[in-house]
Design a protein around this ligand. Sequence first.
Ligand code: PEP
Ligand code: MN
Length: 348
Amino acid sequence: MILPKATRLNPEQVAEVTAIVGEFGCSIQPIIGAVRTIYAIVGDERDELMINRLEGLPYVDRIDRIQSPFKLMDRRSDLSSHRITIGGVTLGEELLVIAGQCTIDPKNPGYYLETAAAVKEAGAHVLRGGVWKPRTNPYAFQGDAKSIETLMEASRQTGLPVNTEVMDEQQLELALGAGVQMIQVGARNALNYSLLRAIGRAVAKADTVVLLKRSLHMGALNEFISAAEYIVSFGNPNVILCPRGTAPALDGYRNHPDESITPLLKEKTWAPVVVDPSHSVGKASYVPACALAAVTYGADGLCIEAHVSPSHGIGDDPKQALSPSALADTIAQAKQIWALRRSVAGGA
Ligand code: PEP
Ligand code: MN
């Protein structure tokens, strides 16, 4: 929809916009109002170049897009009835809980195996464990590929699927080769389109689920959903959206908590939403409230950092991991909110 700066376009301007949209197989239909005329673009109006050319015209105020920019992730797409199942949970039918350490300590793999058993006991369905870590400080511990063995051992011992982050194609290949069932795209890479493409291509034939974190620098929700579209466009629709807090941080929290975008995402896309309260608020004592808020907002699941002994953890664990008992309490309360939400009319 073209909204002119003046109350209507003059005949030369109509001819110019008609010629531009014509190059992209579209036509113009004026909608004449009492005080203002606007111009509908009839046809497929998703072409970025066409929109840019129209937006560049000095007499155009703005272009409002009616069509969704994403073909597959849109709530009205053919994929809208697709359901993702992992760890025995079909998203949308039961609250999914992903839990485990931020980082697997290669010097103390025993902690990870203990944590895995403890989070299973607390009610988690998927184990999380960082093998490779995106760290701001280049001198901080960056992870260790050999922890993939610890991760898979924990999966074997507990019978739970595992989630780990990959930051490049080599790590992706190692993780998929080892049998990781859920690949995490971290907040720093959610805007790395070549990695998103590589992941989409690699998981296309497998049943692998992708947990796509929201970037710290994503504003518009379409940006988040379009990142998922990159992955799904290769043929595997198993992508879960994971709000995890954005920049700028809310004073006192690690990031700006963004669980409240859940209903907005659900209006636009069919993709399940699993909120990560740990990176959002960044401190163990704040995590339960954020987790419960996320479920209230309609989240389909939670991704929570937990450690059998947080003070002995590395990475984020000493500050933001829940103990197994705090995790069990949070899961129990989250399930109550889930049930309450389900019982109220129209609850999603
Ligand atoms: C993590 O899950 O440990 C992590 C680094 O996440 P994010 O990409 O959200 O910061
Ligand atoms: Mn972490």
